[in-house]
Design a protein around this ligand. Structure first.
Ligand SMILES: Nc1ncnc2c1ncn2[C@@H]1O[C@H](COP(=O)(O)OP(=O)(O)OP(=O)(O)O)[C@@H](O)[C@H]1O
Ligand SMILES: O=P(O)(O)OC[C@H]1O[C@](O)(CO)[C@@H](O)[C@@H]1O
Length: 664
């Protein structure tokens, strides 16, 4: 190309016909103006591994809900995150009652107490942010993959005036006091003006907050409404152009971002947009068993990733269909009844909420698949309502509504291939099994013999040890982030079919347990885990065993963090959980491994590994016993309350693992 042919060289004018397809081909230039803009953005994205998220909003606007969801999400993603709730400090410093008078802007003594509470919370938060103790550090043994973690403090109070927010900025970013300890500050304001929603929120608060202990519901409601009026007198919304803020209006119907460029700040936006306060079940299960699972286990063969479902797997697929149908139709029916019957506390129903920011009655009727919403009584009275959900071909009726996600592995996809029903299955490689790189298809015990050093590292740090040329568990959180956000966003039932390693990481999210410990989470085959949202933002869990395992030992339900299951349910060696709870379960080693020359195992690296999709290792009686014992201790069995007090699970049995109530 000659000089004069170069775009922008002043020669012949470049062809303009492709301008709208490709844009200008002229090389980008920087003027003083663009430099200024870039520099400004640079200032806003200053590298800092410390961030403070400051909640802003009147009482009952979901600030603590958002704080908890953020903490769960950010901790799961590998950040250290802690909520500092000023209300908790206020209850400690306030002398006497904290009724609505305490929040009067003319009450000097109370103002002082409120500021003291905020200062104490701020001091604790800064101390925690500055302290590196407990934060992960680079260790040679973990192949330097484990790096120091980012820390995020969440400052949960109304923070309802500009002067309060300027004080927070001063405390966190003062050049003198905070020299060498940079912190980014992002404000997140929740705005809600829907009267019915607010009344429901206040009721939740009244029933759960210690502020209203000893008051009747009527007294408490009147008090919280009066508290809000007092706050409203001085409330100032976020509008300072120089600050970084996110404003959420009426449950994310609108989101406004200002100066959200920082690496951590911008990463919370999709999650903030996804969270909703509705309910819907999320089901997760492992792909059904493949053709050769039994034969392979006998012949000691590895597994190919592209195997199809075997007979046992197809039976599971059919049982899964029936289970999902019952669950999803039951859920839709309960939802419809709840929507049409007036709420006992707020007096609202679909008819009451129409045309007030929630869309029209026809929108809601369509959402609930009931075009004749006038016939509320017939719907309320009928046990079974014939539904019509249309498949992705646009014509075929589906028996139940469900948002289905599967990995791209044939066995996962086939687990939800139900008699040619055109369910729109979202196949995502994000849900594919942990990539074991050079070790794909090989048994851990063989690898342990051939690569004892790598194996030793895996045993000591199963979460961060990367398979050569492949992934480690830590990598899975990155590729699962968008999946988790997608699930959070759904307003109807969700089913995820994937594989043990991926589901272990996902379950850690729903359980809000340390993701680094997820490698010891048990995921029995042929079992569906169901997660349902609790009002406070956490998830309630139950497990549903749809059929027995073929491997002699029945899949038992067990407490994830503590147990190593008898079935092939984990992807890495089992180890004592770092927080110390739960016994290290001993497994009998396979013959081949126990005859091997001194290796990782002989050097004390017990117990021997179980590898998710690979050969089954037999389990000692000791293990089976301790598993039962712990299952009895750790689980609240619905069966037991119904008089079935047997520790062994039957198929299609149900166990509630955790009932997380409202935290406020
Ligand atoms: N974005 C939102 N907008 C409105 N309400 C929400 C939102 N998110 C959650 N909620 C609901 O708000 C209710 C009250 O939540 P929460 O206790 O978190 O409020 P709060 O703002 O922290 O109140 P307070 O300031 O009195 O402590 C909950 O029942 C929750 O379901
Ligand atoms: O000090 P501020 O900003 O008013 O916020 C603290 C208050 O926020 C609340 O969470 C809102 O009611 C109170 O429990 C707490 O005392």
């Amino acid at each position: 190309m000659s000089g004069s042919d170069q775009p922008g060289s002043g020669g012949e004018k470049p062809a303009t016909d492709s301008y709208y397809a490709k844009g200008s081909a002229e090389l980008a230039t920087e003027s003083a103006l663009t430099l200024l803009k870039i520099q400004h953005r640079l200032r806003l994205t200053k590298r800092s591994d410390r961030l403070v998220i400051v909640l802003v909003g009147l009482p009952g606007r979901g600030k603590s809900f958002v704080a908890r969801k953020l903490q769960n999400f950010l901790t799961w993603r590998g950040t250290e995150c802690k909520v500092f709730n000023v209300g908790k400090y206020r209850r400690e410093v306030a002398i006497g009652s904290c009724d609505s008078n305490f929040f009067d802007s003319k009450n000097e003594a109370a103002i002082e107490a409120r500021q003291k509470a905020a200062s104490l919370a701020m001091e604790d938060m800064l101390r925690w942010l500055d302290n590196n103790e407990g934060s992960g550090t680079a260790t040679p043994s973990s192949g330097a993959l484990r790096k120091a973690k980012d820390r995020i403090g969440i400052f949960d109070a109304t923070n309802s005036t500009k002067s309060r927010r300027n004080w927070i900025l001063e405390q966190c970013t003062c050049r003198v006091k905070r020299a060498g300890k940079p912190i980014g500050v992002v404000f997140v304001e929740s705005i809600c003006d829907d009267k019915d929603l607010l009344r429901a929120n206040y009721l939740t608060k009244v029933n759960n907050s210690p502020d209203y202990d000893g008051m009747t519901s009527e007294e408490a409601l009147a008090d919280i409404e009066e508290r809000c009026r007092k706050y409203e007198e001085t409330y100032e919304t976020l509008d300072e152009d120089s600050q970084s803020y996110i404003k959420i209006f009426n449950l994310s119907s609108k989101i406004l971002l200002n100066h959200i460029y920082g690496r951590m700040a911008k990463s919370i936006v999709p999650a903030l947009m996804a969270w909703n306060i509705g309910t819907r079940p999320v089901f997760i299960c492992r792909a059904g068993m493949t053709m050769n699972d039994n034969e392979r286990s006998m012949l000691n063969l590895g597994m190919s990733r592209s195997e199809n479902l075997g007979e046992h797997g197809r039976t599971f697929r059919d049982k899964l269909f029936n289970f999902m149908k019952d669950e999803c139709l039951g859920f839709m029916s309960r939802r419809r009844k709840a929507a049409f019957s007036p709420d006992m506390n707020t007096g609202t129903s679909i008819s009451g909420t129409m045309n007030r920011g929630f869309g029209s009655s026809s929108d809601l009727a369509a959402f609930l698949k009931d075009e004749d919403s006038d016939e509320e009584t017939s719907i309320l009275n009928s046990e079974h309502v014939e539904e019509e959900y249309i498949g992705c071909d646009g014509v075929t009726p589906l028996p139940f509504p469900c948002y289905i996600m599967s990995s791209t592995m044939p066995r996962a996809r086939q687990t939800v291939e139900w008699e040619d029903l055109p369910y729109d299955v979202h196949m995502l490689s994000n849900l594919n099994p942990l990539d074991k790189g050079d070790f794909t298809g090989r048994e851990l015990e063989d690898i342990g013999e051939e690569h004892p050093d790598w194996y030793t590292q895996l045993v000591s740090d199963p979460f961060y040890t990367r398979f050569p040329g492949g992934e480690c568990y830590g990598d899975l959180t990155s590729r699962l982030e968008s999946v988790v956000v997608d699930i959070e966003q759904q307003v109807g039932p969700v089913l995820v079919v994937s594989h043990v390693s991926v589901l272990q990481v996902m379950v850690a999210y729903f359980r809000d347990t340390p993701v680094e410990n997820c490698t010891s989470i048990a995921l029995p085959m042929n079992t569906v885990l169901k997660f349902t949202p609790a009002k406070g933002g956490s998830w309630q869990e139950s497990q549903h065993c749809l059929m027995p395992s073929t491997h002699g030992s029945q899949s038992k339900l067990c407490q994830l963090s503590d147990m190593h299951p008898p079935d092939h349910t984990c992807d890495t060696p089992m180890m004592q959980s770092p927080n110390g709870h739960g016994p290290m379960v001993k497994l009998e080693m396979s013959k081949k491994f126990s005859n091997s020359p001194p290796s990782a195992l002989a050097r004390g690296l017990t117990p021997p590994p179980i590898w998710g999709d690979h050969r089954v290792i037999s389990v000692s009686d000791h293990h089976a016993q301790s598993e039962n014992a712990d299952a009895d201790r750790g689980l609240s069995r619905r069966g037991a309350t119904e008089g079935r007090n047997t520790p062994a699970m039957t198929c299609r049995d149900e166990v509630t693992i955790r009932d997380s109530g409202i935290v406020s």
